[in-house]
Design a protein around this ligand. Structure first.
Ligand SMILES: [Fe+2]
Ligand SMILES: [Fe+2]
Length: 326
């Protein structure tokens, strides 16, 4: 080991300032790479051989190019080797999204019945239904006919229950050493799907400062409230979400009517929506609202189904979870 250090020291002495400059051209990552592999030793070995200096200059330029190219392929240079592989659309163009991948995209089943309604029968059902109707009155008073804004704000709330339910089932699975029949995944998928609705809506409507403040407040109240609600009665909590989704279907139907009547301009669909729902390139807001409404109808059914399972005195894991149900 001592001999190696001596040889390297001698090499440094022989190289003088030229050798130091060579290092200065490289990024820290490149230097780390040299020390990590055999390149460090090889470099000094060549220096001590009879290769002309001009060769090293060229070599240095090549390596600089290599480092620049590497940096271009990686968004942030990572010691851990974290890179995002290049992914393409079906037409060969580069996939532009990091928040979802082509295999997360789908064609919405718009044939779903958007008029279905669960008749509240039990006290819990009636409580859930009336609470949702009361919240509906409040939101209608606040938003009136601002459909885009209403939808955007609704999605900030709609994406919470799936995450809370999924999280609580996850913790239950850990506590009880049990499978959950796929319900964790199904509920987290719902939360992610709702968040994608929000990411789409925010492309069309920019929230004002007071709307952002309202969202922060509403999230603080709703997340904690729903968390406790789900702990006390998952049966009623799922029913409540089922009714919330019924209202979402009604809201998006009104939104569609406003587009059709010309009250709301049928603008081109945002790029994120075209990729997420595999819509045609010339898709419009009407197409986007149609697929979102279909998603909401699916969420409605999933949550009423979950509540029904509990009403039958069973646990969710006893029924197959609707994973990938859109
Ligand atoms: Fe939604
Ligand atoms: Fe929904």
């Amino acid at each position: 080991m001592k001999n190696i250090i001596l040889v390297r020291s001698a090499a440094r002495a022989l190289l003088g300032s030229g050798g130091r400059n060579y290092h200065h051209h490289f990024s820290t990552a490149a230097v780390v790479k040299q020390h990590g592999g055999g390149a460090f030793g090889n470099f000094y070995w060549r220096r001590m051989s009879s290769l002309p200096d001009i060769k090293d200059e060229e070599d240095s330029k090549d390596k600089k190019k290599e480092v620049i190219n590497n940096n271009n392929n990686t968004v942030i240079s990572s010691y851990w080797g974290i890179t995002r592989p290049k992914i393409q659309r079906d037409d060969g163009s580069e996939w532009p999204w990091n928040c979802f991948m082509p295999w997360d995209s789908y064609r919405a089943d718009v044939s779903i019945d958007v008029t279905k309604h669960h008749e509240p029968k039990t006290i819990g059902d009636k409580f859930a239904f009336k609470t949702v109707k009361f919240l509906r009155v409040l939101s209608d008073l606040y938003f009136k006919e601002r459909y885009g804004c209403h939808a955007m704000m609704l999605e900030t709330i709609a994406a919470v229950p799936g995450m809370v339910g999924g999280m609580l089932l996850h913790l239950k699975s850990l506590r009880k050493f049990q499978h959950t029949g796929g319900w964790i995944k199904a509920l987290l998928e719902e939360a992610e799907n709702e968040r994608m609705h929000l990411m789409t809506m925010v492309e069309l409507v920019k929230p004002s400062w007071h709307e952002r403040l309202l969202v922060i407040t509403a999230q603080g109240v709703f997340f904690n409230g729903f968390f406790v609600f789900y702990l006390i009665s998952p049966k009623t909590a799922h029913r409540f979400v089922g009714y919330l989704e019924e209202e979402a279907v009604i809201s998006y139907t009104e939104h569609l009517n406003a587009i059709e009547s010309g009250k709301v301009e049928n603008v081109p669909a945002p790029a994120i929506a075209i990729d997420y729902w595999r819509l045609p390139k010339d898709a419009t807001l009407k197409d986007v609202v149609t697929v979102i409404r279909a998603d909401e109808a699916h969420h409605r059914d999933v949550n009423h189904f979950a509540s029904d399972i509990h009403h039958q005195g069973k646990e969710l894991k006893e029924a197959p979870a609707p994973i990938g149900y859109h």
